[in-house]
Design a protein around this ligand. Structure first.
Ligand SMILES: [Zn+2]
Length: 210
């Protein structure tokens, strides 16, 4: 993603700020139906997750994005969503503890955020895993992927099924997704994810899909 993509990021953020910033009613009309969202930034602490060639760590990328989603929720949506994070800092939390929060809250949606890595550095694109073909999970998955592509030109791949613990243990409680936000093994995507403006735009796009 070259310069025109960062232009796209900036334009996207500006348009969203204008539209949402001027719409004071949005928070009030929707507060009555506050959706509960649990966001899980993968890895943390000694577990850095995947690391790009220039040292960008998955655990930092995903933590920044979930934090930014909380910020957008507060400043643009007047806290329309109740957002809970499985981790707020650079700490390692067990998968069981991450899913405990979901079982307790029974949110409207649970999203675990990650970045991908593969030996073939040409491969790129965001992917979403669901445990099975749960209709609502698939609807969230498709909506998020479409929006990432339309809003930001982010390459996307088809939703896939994945037997991940965080999905397996939460599927009975809410729609559950594991979002892989691009490949840190791909130089174009790792460069994109390294930009804080781009991460803000990704956070906003995901939040608006929900
Ligand atoms: Zn991961």
């Amino acid at each position: 993603m070259e310069n025109h993509e960062s232009m796209k990021t900036t334009t996207y953020l500006l348009i969203c700020l204008l539209i949402l910033g001027n719409n004071n009613a949005i928070g009030q009309t929707l507060k009555a139906e506050r959706k509960v969202i649990v966001l899980d930034a993968g890895h943390g602490g000694i577990d850095s997750g995947t690391v790009s060639r220039n040292g960008l760590q998955e655990k930092d990328v995903v933590l920044d994005i979930v934090r930014q989603m909380k910020v957008w929720n507060r400043i643009l949506f007047e806290s329309k969503y109740d957002i809970y994070l499985t981790r707020r800092k650079d700490t390692l939390i067990s998968l069981t503890d991450r899913t405990k929060l979901v079982k307790h809250l029974k949110p409207d949606v649970f999203i675990s955020l990650h970045c991908n890595h593969i030996n073939d550095s040409n491969i790129q694109g965001a992917e979403i895993y669901t445990y099975d073909s749960n209709e609502l999970s698939l609807l969230y998955a498709k909506t998020i992927l479409n929006k990432l592509n339309q809003d930001l030109g982010f390459k996307t791949r088809k939703p896939r099924k994945g037997n991940f613990q965080v999905l397996r243990e939460t599927k009975e409680h809410c729609p559950a997704l594991l979002l892989e936000l691009g490949y840190l093994s791909n130089s174009s995507e790792s460069h994109y994810l390294n930009g804080s403006q781009n991460r803000k735009a990704l956070a906003l796009s995901i939040l608006m899909s929900i």
